[in-house]
Write a protein that binds this ligand. Structure first.
Ligand SMILES: Cc1cc2nc3c(=O)[nH]c(=O)nc-3n(C[C@H](O)[C@H](O)[C@H](O)COP(=O)(O)O)c2cc1C
Length: 362
């Protein structure tokens, strides 16, 4: 660890591996962070990305997740962009809010994003990454963090980018162990995360398919990372951060019942309710979260099948009651059932927006 490194905010339980909720566009808003914190907060939250370009201003709904944060845990503000002057301006604006630090997105695989040479697109241009990191490091007096993938098409620029991470004294690196081309569904290359842990001077959060507390322990063992960052599997199982701490402390993680999942769905529905949202739109939004939840309800996907056909609040909760309260004490599977797939599965190279709930399946 660098002697001059800025200290990260203290974790919930000292001595435990770090945990973070992965930034997810259209998901990790104020409401979702509150719900996650209710079931057991991670050490750190990250906002969905603030888009930076000549006309951009920090999006108000994302700022709410910083300004109205009641989770008790720090929130890092994530940026996506490539124009240095506008990123510096955005950083000045964001630093007026209670952010834990500034995070740079070098991983988004959405074609409409990477075609503009931002997010994962920047991984094709390590020299430009070096310039951006130099400027952003100078602009951020506190914690400056990066979230990236292991490459664009392949991993040929990988070590060059890691050298820039060290040169510009990045304080925390979250590494999704896939290339941009691999989107969300290939194997995760934990060997690259393990190499990174050896090569960089800052703590590393291992990201990608950390499905459960048991899997987190295996990934930490494999990679020796300082912690894990979890996205989709926290939507499926919001108890996951608490379970990771329990397992690390006592060797076992508490079990979750289907009745508790029914309560989670009701809470999520209440928290995400908004006057701007008619009932059908709200139910459709819920279905996107429930796509993930359904992967652990039953092995034959019956809950997902019925849930996808609902269009009203009444129908949705009737389906929940039928599938979750018939055997309320049955265990919600800690791992997704094999073959029970979240849909829609629009993970194609021409998907319009590869960083949105509408297009990402597990
Ligand atoms: C719906 C969705 C939205 C995402 N939005 C972002 C984002 O705004 N910024 C980012 O860095 N990564 C984003 N990601 C990627 C996740 O942060 C994470 O790297 C990825 O899902 C792999 O982790 P997981 O297997 O734990 O889900 C998004 C992923 C999903 C599923």
């Amino acid at each position: 660890m660098r002697p001059d490194a800025a200290a990260l905010p203290p974790p919930i339980e000292p001595g435990q591996p770090l945990t973070a909720l992965a930034p997810m566009q259209d998901v990790t808003d104020l409401a979702f962070m509150r719900v996650i914190a209710h079931y057991g907060a991670p050490d750190f939250f990250f906002t969905e990305f603030f888009r930076v370009h000549a006309q951009s201003r920090p999006e108000k709904h994302i700022l709410r997740s910083i300004d109205e944060n009641t989770t008790g845990r720090p929130v890092f503000a994530q940026l996506i962009g490539e124009d240095i002057a506008h990123m510096e301006r955005t950083i000045r604006e964001l630093l007026r809010h209670p952010v834990a630090g500034i995070d740079l997105n070098l991983g988004c695989p959405a074609p409409k994003v990477y075609k503009k040479n931002v997010g994962g697109g920047l991984l094709r241009d390590p020299a430009r990454i070096d310039e951006i990191l130099a400027a952003l490091r100078a602009a951020v007096p506190g914690l400056f963090t990066v979230k990236m993938r292991i490459g664009f098409e392949d991993t040929r620029a990988f070590e060059t980018v890691l050298a820039s991470i060290n040169r510009h004294r990045v304080d925390l690196l979250s590494l999704h162990g896939r290339t941009v081309r691999e989107m969300y569904r290939s194997e995760v290359h934990y060997d690259y995360i393990a190499r990174t842990v050896k090569l960089v001077d800052c703590p590393v959060l291992a990201n990608g398919n950390v499905t459960s507390a048991g899997r987190a322990a295996e990934v930490l063992e494999l990679t020796r990372a300082a912690g894990v960052m979890i996205g989709r599997h926290a939507i499926r199982n919001p108890w996951i951060f608490r379970q990771i701490r329990e397992r690390h402390r006592d060797g076992t993680a508490s079990r979750v019942t289907l009745a508790q999942v029914r309560e989670y769905i009701a809470r999520l529905y209440q928290e995400t309710r908004s006057d701007d949202f008619p009932e059908t739109a709200h139910v459709n939004k819920m279905k996107k979260y429930l796509n993930f939840v359904g992967q652990s309800v039953d092995a034959d996907g019956a809950f997902l099948h019925d849930m996808r056909r609902c269009s009203s609040e009444h129908e949705l909760f009737s389906v929940c009651d039928r599938h979750l309260l018939r055997e309320p004490e049955r265990e919600f599977s800690p791992e997704p059932y094999p073959g029970v797939i979240a849909r829609p599965n629009c993970e194609t190279p021409d998907a319009v927006d590869g960083c949105s709930l509408a297009t990402i399946s597990a």
